[in-house]
Design a protein around this ligand. Structure first.
Ligand code: PDD
Length: 277
């Protein structure tokens, strides 16, 4: 049975109901988090809590993070998974009329799901490269994901697993992950800005690279340079470090083989995943 938690109440997922007047449904007026639980512990829980707080603050939505995470703990216990993908969504709740502006009294809708999850190193993948058609506040983990949805579907329709995005001539991120490139002995990832999500996996990879003595910099990456790099990988909580071996347009990445730097980072990440608090 799949369990969820809706506004503090644990229930089978198929029993959960929300109003069609929920602003999450009408406007995408809400934020979310996705976390991985590995061997019974939520990876980087405090970083996810901080990012959820940032997203909530950024849209002016006041709710208790402590209560949300207490509900997450209750849900995980009920569902009984050791390895799980945890989804948290907080919307600005319902109101009786559809108005763009915020209702005067807000009672957020808090919806949590948990599903089985296997943390495995990702197989090599292909990515399409497309203009970033999304809005300009991508540091907010907004539930309004139509741009990301369309881009991911375009990737799938092109027999690829992700869409790497660029704005003007610089890489921003991918439709559901952050981007890293390897040039010789150096790893580069776009700097944090309003245009990208501050990925938790991105943060962990930067930390791991420092610990391993691998040179890593946050710098702009020109999209036309993607074809000249030795390696590309994408990061997210659910897919870990995902190596990209082919671009469309662009063809093979590097010599088509995974670099030793990538393999060292991936090994260290897989190791760290089990003990990162
Ligand atoms: N996506 N950038 C975007 C646009 C994302 O949607 C995600 C994660 C990331 C990586 O963030 P993190 O390392 O914190 O997972 C970057 C999640 C997994 C999702 O939407 O399902």
């Amino acid at each position: 049975m799949n369990w969820c938690c809706l506004n503090g109440e644990l229930m089978p997922l198929h029993k959960a109901r929300i109003s069609p007047m929920d602003r999450g449904f009408l406007f995408g007026d809400g934020v979310y988090e996705v976390m991985a639980q590995i061997d019974g512990r939520i990876r980087a829980k405090s970083l996810h809590a901080q990012r959820l707080q940032l997203s909530l603050d950024s849209i002016g939505l006041d709710t208790s993070i402590e209560h949300v995470f207490a509900d997450v703990d209750r849900l995980i216990k009920k569902a009984g998974f050791s390895n799980a993908k945890i989804y948290i969504q907080v919307t600005r709740g319902t109101s009786s009329v559809r108005n763009h502006s915020f209702p005067s009294i807000v009672s957020p809708t808090i919806f949590l799901t948990v599903s089985d999850f296997e943390a495995v190193s990702q197989m090599t993948s292909k990515a399409i490269v497309r203009p970033d058609i999304r809005w300009r506040k991508n540091y907010i983990k907004s539930t309004a994901l139509l741009g990301n949805v369309l881009l991911m579907q375009e990737a799938r329709d092109s027999d690829a697993q992700e869409a790497i995005l660029y704005r003007e001539e610089y890489v921003t991120e991918a439709s559901t992950s952050n981007v890293f490139v390897i040039r010789g002995q150096k790893v580069v990832t776009p700097p944090l800005s309003d245009l990208i999500l501050p990925g938790i996996t991105r943060h962990i990879v930067i930390e791991i690279a420092h610990n391993l003595g691998i040179s890593i910099v946050e710098d702009n990456i020109r999209v036309d340079c993607l074809q000249e790099v030795d390696g590309i990988f994408l990061t997210s909580s659910t897919r870990g470090l995902m190596p990209i071996v082919e671009l469309n347009p662009g063809g093979s990445v590097g010599n088509g083989k995974l670099t030793s730097i990538f393999l060292a980072l991936q090994d260290a990440y897989d190791e760290k995943l089990r003990c990162y608090d």
